[in-house]
Design a protein around this ligand. Sequence first.
Ligand code: NAD
Ligand code: WQD
Length: 339
Amino acid sequence: MAILVTGGAGYIGSHTVVELQNADYDVVVLDNLSNSSEKSLKRVERITGKPVPFYRADILDKAALDRVFEKENITAVIHFAGLKAVQESVRKPWEYYNNNITGTLTLIQSMREHGVKNIIFSSSATVYGTPAQVPVTEETPKGACTNPYGWTKSMLEQILQDIQYADREWNVILLRYFNPIGAHKSGLIGEDPSGIPNNLMPYITQVAVGKREELGVFGDDYPTPDGTCIRDYVHVMDLAAGHVKALKKIEENAGLCIYNLGTGKGSSVLEVIHSFEEATGIRIPYSVKPRREGDVPENYANVEKAYRELGWKAQCPGLKEMCADSWRWQSQNPNGYGE
Ligand code: NAD
Ligand code: WQD
């Protein structure tokens, strides 16, 4: 009996594989390495002391998926595989809809042909669009997304819900991640974006390590206390632990469940910069730039449902510790998994 982790070589996937193996689950990883390196899995093996069976394959490749389900005794799928760069998705909508939506439909087809009807899906806070009120609960209406990437998450949530409605043998858990940052304490695995980072934390760590000159802060005239946008930054190891809890929920035949995974606390861009500086003693030069198109002023989670139903709560004490962990990874691996 094993858990198939699609996209398991990526940032959140690799950390989740650690937590799964630590919880004594057998894990099989499938990834096409389009945005990751197999080295992450070698590092996971160093951390857990267990082998990570790996298939280099694409979720669009039905025959390859079928081979995995035929060979391995898969009971549930944790589905991370997908493209996730917001700006790129605006330029390449077809590629995003095809990879994320056709890929997931192909995965589901292979799953049901092999009698596997348990899935945990990586959704995102982006499905709330611009929330009318914060913190958002799972009952907060989904909103209009501002980019094709966000729509793939929103549409895939709907597709998975409809599949579960039509066939109640399915257990579908939609996890809406807020803003994952941090890295495993060992500094062996972490976030390794290709090209210029889109997200705040990897940009900050690349400035700190000397790969970028300064950080651009996208807007300081938002209706927030310091004028910069507010997000819910959550430690990636906490997210990983959330997947283990979600698997337990699936084992109870939970049907359809939706959970926010965040800390419940919002932090501004300037607060993140200052926490990083305090945690590391490194000054982050920055200048204020125009607002980034599509940014929402404020989004953070109400996390009571995940606590009530999964017994999950973010354990990391705060931003400073998350920053220290992001920095340990970046400073030990200035070029990520590259040479
Ligand atoms: P990541 O890019 O590090 O991991 C995704 C992995 O999927 C990569 O290893 C990539 O090679 C693989 N992949 C992509 N397309 C594939 C395909 N067609 N076949 C097989 N493998 C494929 O990203 P991440 O940050 O670890 O995100 C994991 C999931 O969580 C994604 O679905 C992402 O959309 C979602 N998510 C991420 C965030 C975030 O801020 N990082 C927030 C919310 C949701
Ligand atoms: C956080 C804050 C930026 C970079 C994105 C996706 C979302 C989800 C998480 C997957 C914002 C500011 C950033 C920089 C900056 N991903 N910023 N300078 O925007 O909450 O969400 O990642 O699902 O779908 O949209 O996260 O890390 O990009 O930005 O000032 O160089 O940092 O404006 O306020 P975001 P982020």
